[in-house]
Design a protein around this ligand. Sequence first.
Ligand code: 3PG
Ligand code: MG
Length: 399
Amino acid sequence: MTIRNLDDLLAEGVSGRRVLVRADLNVPLDKQTGAITDDGRIRAVLPTLTALTGAGAKVVVFSHLGRPKGAPDPQFSLRPVAARLGELLGAQVRFAEDTVGESARSTVGALADGEVALLENLRFNKGETSKDEAERGAFADQLAALGEAYVDDAFGAVHRKHASVFDVPARLPHVAGRLVLREVEVLAKLTGEPERPYVVVLGGSKVSDKLAVIEALLPKVDRLLIGGGMCFTFLKAQGHEVGTSLLEEEMVETCRNLLERADGKILLPVDVVAADAFAPDAAHDTVRADAIPSHRLGLDIGPETVAGFAAALADAKTIFWNGPMGVFEMAAFANGTRGVAEAITKAGAFSVVGGGDSAAAVRALRLDETDFNHISTGGGASLEYLEGKTLPGIAALED
Ligand code: 3PG
Ligand code: MG
């Protein structure tokens, strides 16, 4: 199986050709103002776009944003993303007000060589995410008709069997873009023979989301450090009361079973920052992980845990980190995430950050992105890759 990449397409010559680029421009927006709060995913796709425009292609970019229900929904419009993309490219980006309709056709038709158009949100169309092959295929036909070649640079969406990810490449010559290529190269190092000790840090809110990856990683890692909202279900499985902390009651037994099989590889918090409420100014204290008051909820890992995690990371040669350790958006509960992030950068290991939230945390906490070897643009996608699952968007690129 081979996957051709952007250089192969460029070598064929793209001048004057309409090239479709599936990007993942699903960026976080401020709930009040609608402003883009982190443009990392837009910046990540620039190398592919500038390579194509520099070679004279007519570049047609498409993406999803959020989870609209198959019909236009203004709060999920990509229009603000088109503006930001234009700023970053230093060039006009033509915006189409639909995805495969009249606006899309005329916008694409008006493109001069070296110009870029962005189509409206793919998920405003039912066909994009449909489970029905025919419905998805009909939409893919319309998308494919807009271009002559297809580039997948939407790493964050390669785990989705959606029309723009899975069905369009079946209809056009297809290659992996620069971002997808780099993401896959890096993650392949982790699934191959990672240099040891190999330490994985997992956070985020739900055990149920991470269960498959925990199962897949346990035999491969030397240590697995667990923080974030999901740690409370594990603490409960250890027999501790967790107050009003996030808890997946139905997962407690599963966690107990994992801990039994983990052979001491799983490290859990020994102290947590427990607060009266989920609020930036809530009264809070550091308490022992086995003594969380019944009326309080844990919103961060405590300083002793940070020190313990840092010690467990210090001699690592390979590190993968997914998921914040606490509610880093609130200053009072950001120390755990900051402390662990700093410990990762100090370890001198090959370090990979996976997941929209952890990547956003790195930037929001003003840590130096270049201190990590790779910051993945994919959350679910990087986890499913590490689980060893077949990713529809990658499989579709294989010849
Ligand atoms: C993400 O943000 O994880 C990707 O853009 C995929 O989005 P989805 O989970 O809504 O498919
Ligand atoms: Mg997601």
